[in-house]
Design a protein around this ligand. Sequence first.
Ligand code: NAP
Length: 493
Amino acid sequence: MKNYINGEWRDSSNKEVLNKYNPSTGELIDTFPAATKTDVDDAMDSSEDAFDSWSSLGTQARAKILYSAYNLIEEKRGELENLLTIEAGKIKREAKDEVDGVLDQLQYYAEFERKLTGDIVEGSNSKRKIFQYKVPYGIVVAITPWNFPAAMVIRKLAPALLTGNTVILKPSSDTPLMAQWIVNKFIDAGIPKGVLNLITGKGSEIGDYIVNHKKVSLVTMTGSTPIGQRIMQNASNNMAKLILELGGKAPFMVWKDADIERTLKSLVWAKYLNVGQSCIAAERLYIHEDIYDDFMKKFVNVTKRLTVGNPETSDIGPLINGGALGSMEDVVKNARESGYKIATGGNRPSLEGNYKNGYFFEPTIIEDVNQDSPLFQTEIFGPIIGTEKVSDIDELYKKANDSRYGLASYLFTEDPELMFDAAEKIKFGELYINMPGPEASQGYHTGFRLTGQGGEGSVYGINEYLKVKNVYVDYSKKPLNINTINNDVFNDL
Ligand code: NAP
């Protein structure tokens, strides 16, 4: 694959490439450019040149391009679903679901074409007004992760472009092909030269240079907390606005009156979706002591029935790469050393043929985890969950809120009083009551604490890409009298 800079597909300026492997088989599927500083400079120049005409084009004209991209993606959605399986290891049902999400978001943001508003505020008298325009920032750098590689790209491109910003997309090095496929659809939809540039390459090598670049006005990044913190430091050089969607450690709370089947279905979704590689994945399971044994028995049984292997036919596909697989092995090793009971899983499955070199790991449940253990304090990002018994509601809230992350949380109860009490007391950007995720386009996906700042979706999310410009106007035509100056000096002019 190639980078897309200033309206043309290009190799990196020094021709260097990186490899992309299929996570199910470990086979090489393609190479992609390792962008250089020269490539980044070219992309920035091109984005800057394109900004004035793009930002003054008008929202409806820009929305047309989003609608065209929607149609082109929908027409070839089978290709995108296949790519999600080959490049990211998605099982078939999840690949389809992600493409549905891509289309939903494109449509949602395009529909803002006639909904963006500014304000007119009364000035210091009735003939004075302050016009508050919402204007785009300029060059937006969009940095995306691999876990929902198509949806995350669209969730940034659609609002940034609709609002009149130009965008430099830097996708994860684990999913560059997906970004290329999507950029191609925007090109076919008629995106003008320079409005959208694609830069690939290792974040650890080129990321600092991109974020530090003096032409950048906004950085929107989804990824891990440590990289988000690094981006925050780098962005300060330029005072670039930040939208950071970072790690999570969702508590999944099961009260004694929960509807068990509904809860189990939601839990299997929240834990094993995308092999647990989801920012809203359930990572800490708190169960009321009265139902603990029964609930655990059922959860373990259901988990054992999930098939792991070929993503075309299984319930659980591979992890994204060898590093992620190694981390799961470390989590289980540490749990064993800490004396925890592994209720099920804990190993790499033995698979045949092509899949024996894939990055597969069994869904794993670790019992009676201590609240202070790394299992309950650091993001696992895989198909492993720890459980703990709770006996009273204050203990539940205290433990659930005891996390440096603050993205998703889940509660299952039939008691309305408890639902509203939890809505007040649970300190997370999202609380799902009696339902699984994911977040909706019309919700504001945002996290507290180390999960970052800003958010995506809803009118709040689209406004993240607009800044406010104030224009003061006096249309009274009356003589101007300023209290703080001697107005006599203006006599007889
Ligand atoms: P990651 O390792 O932090 O990478 C995210 C992106 O940052 C990648 O494109 C990466 O490029 C790039 N990057 C790395 N170093 C950089 C630097 N110095 N400057 C600029 N960019 C740099 O995260 P990931 O492994 O892809 O994704 C998993 C994480 O994302 C998890 O923590 C998950 O919770 C989080 N996540 C959060 C949300 C949310 O909405 N809150 C949603 C999805 C995922 P390379 O790939 O080239 O290294």
